[in-house]
Design a protein around this ligand. Sequence first.
Ligand code: FES
Length: 211
Amino acid sequence: MDDTTKRAASAAARIEQDSQTSSQKSGEAFVAYMDDSVDSGSSSLTGKDHQSTSAKALDRWFKERQKNHSAPRLLEVPNEALVTNGGPLQITGNITMVLEDGSVQYANHLSLCRCGHSGTKPNCDGQHLDKEFLHPGKISEVSEIAASQRPSKITISCIKDGPITFRGRLRMHNQFGQECVKMRGSLCRCGQSASKPFCDGSHSKTGFKTG
Ligand code: FES
């Protein structure tokens, strides 16, 4: 087993263990995150194994989401996030969202608050208009990996009084034609970061509260 495979197996096992604990607590099934860092191109896995890993993760996501009423569809497109001008982060993909209380939601489309003022966090409720949130959606970092046309899944976790983290390939883009592709990261939802759309830790200095 090479290092990449070992890392993927170890990550899956770790999340699997966490998911069992979470399921016991919340009574809800948790979808284990399949670390598809093999997509980065640095892997020595063959294309067959590569596809197999992604396919298994998607199949599992699909089965788990079927247990959830009003669950989303399995999209055959890559996960993308539009950093809007003065508004929310609009994410499309095969999304598993873990809320602050540990409960799990499945979605294909989410509009996530970036200004910090929504009364329905983590979702946008339009408060950015009243509060005149002015960030134009510029992206402050460059891609860590290449974009991919292959569908995958993404897990988003809401951190109490902090950012939203994601795991899984995500292509962020904006009205200026900028794009940034990452496998994981922390996204600002307090509206105060100097490196939006990413978190720079400002939430702790400003006393941001999510609930
Ligand atoms: S959530 Fe805004 S800086 Fe961390």
